[in-house]
Ligand binder design. Structure first.
Ligand code: PEP
Ligand code: MG
Length: 746
């Protein structure tokens, strides 16, 4: 880098900092900055365009163009050269602006006499806030160092915007940022609606000193921080870390030791940026390069680099995660992603959760579901848009987030919540009534649970029993295998809290998406169809035996119900049952009390089990249809794959025919049958399941009211006739016919 230019860019930054230090209102500051840049870069024009709203840019300050055009000249995103810079996030550098693709003449600005044009995006953390432009009469392209200087100034401007440097007079030059309503469309992770205020899981690091005077001192700070970062990463990479976590840490290490990354940051510092600003500049540049990519691997690496840059920023600024901010009373947690244990730590104080990434089957989603907290996942850009304390509304049903909602949206959302509250009251009024249909059939409604904290819902929801207690959460949220005694204590507390109501404990359903951090994950091409659930339990029986023993001890003589997940054939059930018999025998020999009654069942989650021999149906104590898994295998459609998971309707005639077959066999063999997938908690689906013969449904506690309300209005004979009618005419799904029938009910 030529010495002269190096000091030029530093001089410009220093002048910029001095200007910022003076006590001016927002507009005056912007005016001074444009003057300063034009002067330093020896160009006649310097202008700052900022977003008025997400689609419109406005000329907010200029040196050289007509002053009357300020706050008057506007362009749409993509319109003109300025709009092009804003849309693409790429610079435009041309010697002949009028002849350049996309040029749009703005007569009010008087810019027609300027031939050269250099526009750079004003960006922070990949978010474009506006465009900084210099223009001159001489027809020439700007050279590398000039471009660099303008980019750096643009970055400092963005940084200062974040600090609120341009807010403060009636023009409110950059004040509109992070104040406007934003609607983000994501995906439902857990239904429900919530109103609250943003709580950032990882608050942004605030860089208060983007410009530095002493490059040598700054370079030293950068080196010290990077050395510390490398040490930290090496320390995290202990030999026992493996699998995905190891991959991520290896990527961290690669970045932390990257010479290119270090060199670019050193250059930034040499040109006048502080070490923090240099880290952010390179973070932004990497974002701009990688975020365009459709390659999931590259996008993951971008996240790694982001994490690493944030760590480095924390080291440099000394800002930890705890910024001293006060968590609001009604927090809605915003994070790019979050682990199950961290989410559980926040617990029920959260009103809602919004994740930029995440997946429906992730452990965090499982915890959110267990806590009944509305969750929206795949909410793009939420972590850059949201600021701590922003008002936010989460529509978990639609998978939509309204950040800083306007009055109309807020009012409509409040109405929705009020309607839900009214419905809840209606449900509360029938809480102690039976789920008695119009035709006089009584259904048993059970609840699904997975945490101790779920148990109070047994009383409040009016559920008759816990039809499914998922035991994996206790395994997922720990760093090591829980001990038998711990489990036994927990199960005993669950039984105590159920006060004699039946609790069906499902043995560990691990594998597939639910990988335990302390069990070596198997690299399987199709984990959902791989070594999971009872398959693991039978092949490596240690954990299953420990769990069965913990359950028997917890029961301590009380009745006990246990079911095995993902049983695909009779032999698997027999082998699992034999484990229970052995466990019982062991307890008997040890002189421990045995359950006064024991029921052992299986989950029907693979189509194969529906065709098992009659002997199996006669032998199994009860069957529970795990509709979530069953449906994915019936339609061969991954329940976690957004592209296909909603593709097939539960009310598809083939699926209903299949389920009806299961009901029929169980009727013949006298096998108690229930349905415990998510569909049991959807009123329309629940009514149809009842119409084809299911008499026990297990669902999230919050669904019991709506399902009971529906069941109490339907006549199962009529509904069955509607379903049969639709099937008779070859309907793919019976839903339209069913909905037409339901619409006639009062
Ligand atoms: C199911 O598959 O329907 C089920 C209840 O189990 P899980 O959702 O835990 O796999
Ligand atoms: Mg399942």
């Amino acid at each position: 880098m030529p010495q002269g230019l190096e000091s030029d860019s530093r001089k410009l930054l220093r002048r910029l900092r001095d200007t910022m230090a003076e006590d001016h209102a927002g507009q005056a500051r912007l005016d001074l900055i444009t003057h300063l840049i034009a002067d330093s870069m020896a160009s006649e024009v310097c202008s700052i365009y900022l977003f008025r709203d997400p689609e419109t840019l406005e000329l907010c300050a200029t040196e050289g163009l007509r002053k009357e055009a300020v706050h008057q000249t506007r362009m749409k995103l993509g319109e003109g050269l300025v709009g092009r810079v804003a849309r693409s996030g790429q610079i435009v550098n041309t010697a002949n602006a009028p002849a350049t693709r996309g040029f749009r003449y703005m007569p009010e600005t008087g810019e027609e006499i300027y031939s050269s044009f250099l526009g750079v995006p004003i960006q922070r953390l990949g978010e474009t806030l506006g465009v900084l432009v210099v223009q001159s009469k001489t027809a020439r392209e700007f050279v590398g160092d000039e471009i660099y200087a303008l980019e750096v100034v643009a970055m400092v401007l963005a940084e200062m915007t974040e600090l609120g440097a341009f807010v403060g007079d009636n023009s409110d030059a950059m004040g509109a940022r992070h104040q406007q309503p934003v609607m983000i469309r994501g995906t439902t992770g857990q239904e429900g609606a919530a109103i609250g205020h943003v709580w950032l899981h990882e608050p942004r690091v605030v860089v208060t000193n983007p410009i530095a005077d002493d490059p040598e001192k700054e370079t030293q700070r950068l080196h010290d921080a990077v050395d510390k970062l490398r040490l930290d990463v090496d320390r995290m990479l202990t030999p026992d870390v493996d699998g995905e976590q190891r991959e991520v840490l290896e990527a961290y290490r690669m970045f932390a030791h990257s010479k290119g990354w270090m060199r670019r940051m050193e250059e930034d510092v040499a040109r006048g940026l502080s070490a923090e600003a240099a880290v952010e500049k390179e973070q932004g540049a990497a974002r701009a390069r990688l975020s365009q990519s459709n390659d999931a691997y590259l996008r993951d690496r971008l996240n790694d680099l982001d994490d690493l840059s944030n760590r480095l920023l924390r080291l440099l600024t000394g800002q930890g995660r705890d910024t001293g901010a006060q968590m609001p009373d009604d927090p809605i947690l915003i994070a790019r992603n979050i682990g199950p244990a961290e989410l559980l730590d926040y617990g029920r104080k959260l009103r809602g959760v919004v994740l930029e990434e995440g997946s429906v089957g992730s452990h965090a989603a499982i915890v959110a579901r267990a806590l009944a907290i509305p969750l929206v996942i795949h909410a793009g850009r939420i972590t850059t848009e949201a600021l701590n304390g922003d008002p936010i509304m989460v529509d978990g049903d639609q998978g939509i987030v309204h950040l800083r909602p306007g009055d109309t949206v807020a009012a409509a959302f409040r109405d929705k919540i009020a309607m839900q509250a009214a419905a809840q009251q209606r449900y509360a009024s029938i809480r102690d009534e039976p789920a008695l249909t119009r035709c006089g059939t009584v259904l048993s409604l059970h609840m699904n649970a997975g945490l101790m904290a779920d148990l109070p819902s047994l009383e409040s929801s009016g559920a008759e029993a816990v039809g499914l207690f998922r035991t994996e959460l206790q395994f997922l949220v720990r760093n090591q295998m829980p001990r038998r005694q711990e489990l036994s204590r927990l199960y005993a507390r669950v039984l105590d809290a159920a006060r004699g109501k039946r609790v069906v404990f499902r043995t560990l359903d691990i594998g597939s998406d639910k990988v335990l951090p302390y069990l070596k994950p198997n690299d399987e091409p199709n984990p959902a169809m791989g070594w999971r659930a009872i398959r693991v339990g039978l092949d490596k029986p240690g954990v299953l035996r420990m769990q069965l023993q913990a359950l028997l001890r917890a029961a301590n003589g009380r009745p006990l119900s246990v079911m095995f997940p993902f049983v695909a054939e009779h032999a698997e059930y027999r082998a699992a049952r034999a484990e229970m018999d052995k466990a019982l025998e062991r307890e008997r020999i040890l002189g421990h009390p045995l359950p006064e009654k024991i029921e052992i069942g299986a989950m029907l989650e693979t189509p194969s089990l529906a065709y098992a021999s009659r002997a199996f149906f006669g032998e199994v104590g009860f069957l529970s249809v795990g509709g979530n898994d069953l449906k994915q295998f019936f339609f061969a459609a991954d329940r976690e794959n957004e592209r296909v998971r909603r593709r097939y309707d539960t009310l598809n005639a083939s699926f209903l025919n299949f389920l009806e077959g299961v009901v029929r066999v169980c009727g013949i063999t006298g096998t108690p049958l229930s349905f415990c997938g998510e569909d049991a908690g959807r009123p329309v689906e629940a009514a149809c399941l009842a119409a084809i013969g299911f008499r026990t449904l297990s669902m999230r506690p919050a669904s019991i009211g709506p399902v009971k309300h529906m069941l109490r209005r339907v006549d199962l004979g009529d509904l069955r006739a509607v379903i049969d009618g639709a099937r008779a005419v070859g309907a793919e799904t019976v839903r339209p016919a069913v909905q037409a029938y339901l619409a006639t009910l009062d």
